[in-house]
Design a protein around this ligand. Structure first.
Ligand SMILES: Nc1ncnc2c1ncn2[C@@H]1O[C@H](COP(=O)(O)OP(=O)(O)OP(=O)(O)O)[C@@H](O)[C@H]1O
Ligand SMILES: [Mg+2]
Length: 274
């Protein structure tokens, strides 16, 4: 699968992005330590791509995603959406940006508010962005539930998260992410807490959403097999730096960077079966 066209301009772009965190040295010590979570990230994703970001724990995957959706700000460097700098957005422009970009989190048990029904969960972004009337919101929510495979939509409308399986909860999280018809979605290890058959169903769902709505995804994973299944291109991140970008197939068959080779060695089934 490849939706990448080298001649197209990027939908989203990071240039020279650095993210430093200050942490306290310890309970009894004064002063701060600096953690360099991202070290000079360059990344460029095209419209309609499912772009994988693969790396080991602590390599900076979630930090990259959080910066792209502006949950956090970079220490240095530039981030652009359709050529427009997002670093300094504020007020109305920032609110508009927030409707164009969404994030799906790893843990479907933590990411949904247990006190909100499924319809309230999906309605929240429509209320925040003042979209639709009560009637049109209900219709939109039912349609979105059906798009993510929760059928019939009415049957899920008044349920609560504790009445759903992990896979169904993650479908609700996806419904909440797509209800505003965003241009770009960051999916941070959305299937790592689910079993393999449910993960495959969700991969098919993400692919269908991409195809139907021409949406663009950053798919964060530590699992190269998942990236190979789902992604057009993959970036390998190591210690906060992108070391290699290519199709998943090329990365697995002809890894260029020594870290990528190591990553492949530790993936079950990949060492002998390329
Ligand atoms: N809020 C924070 N304060 C201090 N350090 C942080 C913070 N968030 C992340 N870090 C550090 O930044 C680095 C990258 O973290 P990040 O969560 O992006 O990694 P990751 O690749 O998503 O890991 P995982 O696969 O375990 O989710 C780590 O060293 C982490 O400890
Ligand atoms: Mg993470």
């Amino acid at each position: 699968m490849n939706n990448y066209d080298p001649d197209k301009s990027p939908l989203i772009e990071m240039k020279g992005v650095i993210k430093e965190y200050n942490t306290r040295k310890g309970f009894f010590c004064r002063g701060q330590n600096k953690v360099l979570a991202l070290n000079d990230i360059d990344l460029s994703i095209q419209k309609g791509e499912i772009f994988g970001l693969v790396g080991q724990s602590g390599s900076g995957k979630t930090t990259t995603g959080r910066l792209l959706v502006k949950l956090e700000e970079p220490t240095r460097g530039k981030i652009r959406l359709k050529g427009e700098l997002i670093n300094d957005l504020c007020g109305k422009e920032l609110q508009k940006f927030r409707s164009r970009i969404q994030m799906i989190f790893q843990d479907p048990y933590q990411s949904l508010n247990p006190h909100l029904s499924i319809s309230e969960t999906i309605m929240e972004p429509l209320i925040v962005h003042n979209i639709g009337t009560m009637e049109s919101r209900r219709e939109k929510i039912i349609k979105t539930l059906e798009t993510v495979g929760l059928l019939p939509g009415e049957a899920f409308y008044n349920r609560y998260p504790h009445q759903l399986s992990g896979g169904q909860r993650q479908r609700v999280a996806i419904a909440r992410a797509i209800v505003l018809d965003p241009e770009f979605i960051v999916a941070d290890e959305p299937t790592s807490m689910l079993d393999a058959t449910i993960a495959i169903q969700l991969f098919k769902l993400l692919t269908r959403i991409r195809d139907e709505f021409n949406m663009t995804f950053l798919f964060i994973t530590h699992n190269l097999a998942a990236a190979r299944y789902l992604c057009d291109r993959v970036a390998v991140i190591h210690e906060g730096h992108i070391v290699e970008v290519n199709t998943a197939e090329q990365i697995i068959r002809n890894p260029e960077h020594p870290y990528t080779k190591k990553l492949i060695e530790v993936q079950p089934g990949f060492r002998y079966n390329r």
